[in-house]
Design a binder for this molecule. Sequence first.
Ligand code: MN
Length: 231
Amino acid sequence: MSDYLFPPSPPASVAVAGSTQRFPVRRIYCAGQNYVAHALEMGGDPSKQELFFFDKPADAVVADGARLPMPPATDHLSPEIELAVAIGEGGSGSAIAKETALAHVFGYAAAFDLTRRDMQARLKKMGVAYDLAKAFDRSCPVGAIRPAAEIGHPRKGRIWLAVNGEVRQDSNIDDLIYDVPTIIAGLSAMVELKPGDLILTGTPAGVSRVVKGDRVEGGIEGVGTVTITVL
Ligand code: MN
């Protein structure tokens, strides 16, 4: 018999491509404004862009192909296509250097950082935390994870997002301001990483609004795709 008052929620997890095994999600971190043109469209200054993160709850993950209800408290839902890094081996501080950071990666996936853009803008203007503009129910659709053992560690490749077939974001992951090893080393200097952590690496320019009925598809060359429909 357990001492829990009620049954704990089952762990959130993501499919692993070509496997029946699943990747159990512990935490979700997201890098912000990590492509020059996107930093500019968000009013940032890429020349002094610091590597920064926000997070989402683990149970914000949604499977590829999901049909999502329009989230509450927004009139401007914006999906950001991002390269997601799945951590398979933990570490913190000096234990993870840039040079060895990729050894901590289990695999990669295409993911959406869903954003309540109107709420984010309002809270930013107030100078207060905007986490609920980013960290809400079903705010992190993630495609199947491709193991690095199969695809290696992609450093370039097209990253794109289309709404109802119309391409709105179209860039390349070699345009990242901070690359994956730098992101992993930088994040692990602030928090301990553990197996099951997902790190979204930022979105390129062209973020836009989606409305009810839209089918949103995104992908990263050499990694995979992710698709949702907003109901
Ligand atoms: Mn993002």
